[in-house]
Structures are given as C-alpha cells and as structure tokens.
Design a protein around this ligand. Structure first.
Ligand SMILES: Cc1ncc(COP(=O)(O)O)c(C=O)c1O
Length: 387
C-alpha cells in the first residue's frame, strides 16, 4: 500500500532532481568547498555560490542581501537572536532590555530563541500600535504552519509602522511556496528551511541584509570563518557570509537545495498537472485544500478550524487528534496531530490540540477522496457517533 502523505508542512516530499543532485555531489565531487585549490573543491565552491544566488532570486533579493547557510529555520533564527550586538546605538545593535515582538501565531522556533536572550518578548495578538511601541526587533510568521494563512500584507504594514526596527520573517512555510519580494516586504532578514520546499533536510539559512549580517556575532566559531589565528593575538575573522558559517557546510544538501530552488521558482509562475496548466503551484494545492475542507465541513462531527494555502486544520468531535492521526496512519495516511509546535497560539484560540493535513503538488484528488472516506467513518469506529 502506497502511503498517502499529507504532512508536507512538517517536511515536504522531495524533488527527484534534488535527491539526485545530493547523491551526485557525493559520488562525483565530494570535496570541501573554499578549502582546496583543486578542481573538485572549486566545483564545490561554485555550487555553494550558485545556490546562494538561486535562493536570493527565489526571494527577489537584490545585492544588498546575502545568504548565510544554516541547518534550517530554527538555527537561522537562533543565529540572529544570539548574534545581535547588545549595545546602545547603531543599526543591528539592540539594547540589553530590547523589546522583541513576535506574533502569537509563531512556531516555537520563533519564540524560544528570543525568549532565551531577551527579557521583554511580546507575543503580539493584534500587532497594534501598543504592542509594537518601541519594539527594537520584530520577527513575524510569513505563512502559518497552523492555519496556512499568508501574512505578507501584515508584514508590510508593520514595516511602515516601525521603520527603524529590525524586521525578520520566519519563512519556513513561505519560501518556495509563495511569490516573495523581500524588499517589498521590508524584511531585514528571512529564515528558511530547504526541506520544506523539496530540498534535502539539514540545509536552510538566512536571507539577510549584508549590513545586518556584518554586525552579527557568529553562533559558531571554527574553521573557514577566520583569516588568521595566532597564539597571542586576536583572530582576524573572514568577511560574511563565511564568517557566520564556521565548519564544513552540508554541501550535498546545498546542491540539492539548488535544484529545489530552481523548480520552486518555475512552479510559482506556471504549474502543469495532467495537462492542466495552473498559474502557480499554489493554485493547484489550494484547490485540493478547498476540496478537502469542503468534504470535512460536510462530515458530521468534524470542525474545520482553518483552511488556507496548503493546510487544513480540524478536529473530530469526541475523538482525540492523536486517535484521529492513528486511525489515518493505520489506513496508510500520514497527517500531523497535537500542538504543531505552536502551543501558545492553539491555547490563545481555545482550540487545544488539532489535526493538520498539509498537502503539496505531489498529492491528488483521489488521495483527498480516500482521506475523506476514512474521516467519515472515524466517529462510528470510535463509538462516539452520538456524542
Ligand atoms: C512556521 C515554522 N517555523 C519554523 C519551523 C522550524 O523549521 P526547521 O525545523 O526546519 O528548523 C517550522 C517547522 O515546522 C515552521 O513550520
């Protein structure tokens, strides 16, 4: 039985080209970038630089931005939260008691890195003038992993309201899925994970204004981030991006990321599925989500909490979300259930744990029908059809 994979928000199904590129890197190149003068090392360095360019293009970032690679969104957000210089004045410098604002819909990865360093972290519910007042750093969800909502408009408004604050975007569910223009959003940095848009796991990073990256204190110290180390003197650090990328990068994954970025970019402007041409991959996925949500809404005892983009979040009356997910798993369907790493938001909404089906371009209508069929039988199966 082929599994139906409806957990693409946790990690998207991978593009064959991305897997091949990673495999081929280790088979045919397998050299450490930057370090060697031989052909294969140069090939590795070129691949890394080409991928930086492809990521910048995916976010329509101009030359004022660069890409710093990390393991993913979580590490990228930790890089900024830990790297901002604590001081009095200047761009990229924040005061010791800096007010940091994140939105209530944030993933834990956009809450905990800030909370561990700053005392005044506001989890904004409305992002109104009072919540934003005197904010030095604002980091907002780009696309929610709970509701699938796209917050681009809200981010632009916040930028206008707070022109001087350092503004970041958690783009884990955004990059590769929506057309982004980082400059128009007004973001100083954007954190992303390759595995959320068809690239291998273990690679992601920051798309960040160079002048902010130049200010960041590195999260890691070691090889290739330094030009000179002496016994007694201070080390002379390398320029960005290398200064913020100590150690050997996940180069195979970077080669895979290049392919995923290329495919995602193309899919954002035209997507073909069985002879139907869609304006973007998002149109195809949204149509599947609409069908899923409509079917769920017609099912007795099912409450749809949100349905946007590639995500539908719901609950089945009388059945714990984990039981729903288990029954689906037994039938070969993978979904996510629980707090979705967004416990403050689910508590704030009064929803508690939920079930999330997240679809991608690899899913089909037939799969949606099978999913709905099983959901329809769950309450009978659990003996709660009269609850
Ligand atoms: C909105 C959001 N932010 C951050 C993350 C963390 O991403 P990663 O685990 O790739 O670092 C996720 C992953 O689910 C997410 O959905």
């Amino acid at each position: 039985m082929r599994e139906i994979y409806f957990d693409n928000a946790a990690t998207m199904m991978k593009y064959r080209e991305a897997i091949e590129a990673e495999k081929n890197f280790y088979r045919e190149v397998n050299a450490n970038p930057l370090r060697g003068l031989y052909k294969k090392s140069v090939q590795a360095t070129t691949g890394v630089n080409e991928t930086r360019k492809a990521i910048l293009e995916l976010a329509k970032a101009d030359k004022s931005y660069t890409v710093i690679f990390s393991r993913g969104t979580t590490e990228a957000l930790n890089m900024v939260a830990n790297g901002l210089v604590l001081g009095r004045d200047g761009f990229g410098v924040v005061s010791k008691s800096a007010k940091v604002v994140v939105d209530i819909e944030s993933h834990h990865s956009n809450i905990l890195p800030w909370k561990q360093r700053y005392k005044n972290v506001v989890m904004a519910k409305k992002l109104d003038a009072k919540e934003l007042f005197a904010a030095e750093v604002i980091c907002l969800t780009g696309v929610s992993n709970v509701t699938g909502q796209d917050f681009s408009k809200r981010i632009k408004i916040v930028r206008k309201t707070c022109p001087k604050a350092i503004l970041g975007v958690d783009a884990a569910q955004m990059l590769g899925h929506t057309r982004i223009d980082i400059k128009r959003l007004g973001a100083d940095f954007m954190a992303f994970s390759g595995h959320k848009f068809g690239a291998p796991m273990g690679i992601g990073g920051l798309i960040i204004k160079k002048k902010l990256a130049e200010k960041l204190r590195p999260l890691n110290f070691g090889g290739e981030m330094v030009d000179s180390v002496s016994v007694d003197g201070e080390p002379v650090f390398a320029e960005i991006p290398e200064r913020l990328e100590a150690g050997t990068l996940s180069v195979g994954a970077i080669f895979g990321l290049f392919e995923a970025a290329k495919i995602s970019k193309r899919n954002l402007y035209e997507f073909r599925c069985e002879d139907v041409i869609y304006g973007s991959v998002g149109d195809y996925v949204s149509e599947l989500i609409r069908e899923t949500a409509d079917g769920l809404k017609k099912t007795k005892g099912v409450k749809v909490l949100a349905a946007n983009g590639g995500i539908v979040t719901f609950q089945v009356k009388g059945v714990h979300p984990h039981d729903v997910a288990q029954i689906l798993a037994d039938e070969g369907i993978a979904v996510r259930a629980g707090w979705l790493c967004a416990e403050p938001f689910l508590r704030y909404k009064g929803w508690g744990p939920v079930v999330r089906a997240s679809l991608s371009e690899f899913n089909t209508e037939v799969e949606v029908e099978k999913f709905l069929d099983i959901i329809e039988k769950i309450r009978v199966k659990m003996g709660v059809e009269n609850v």
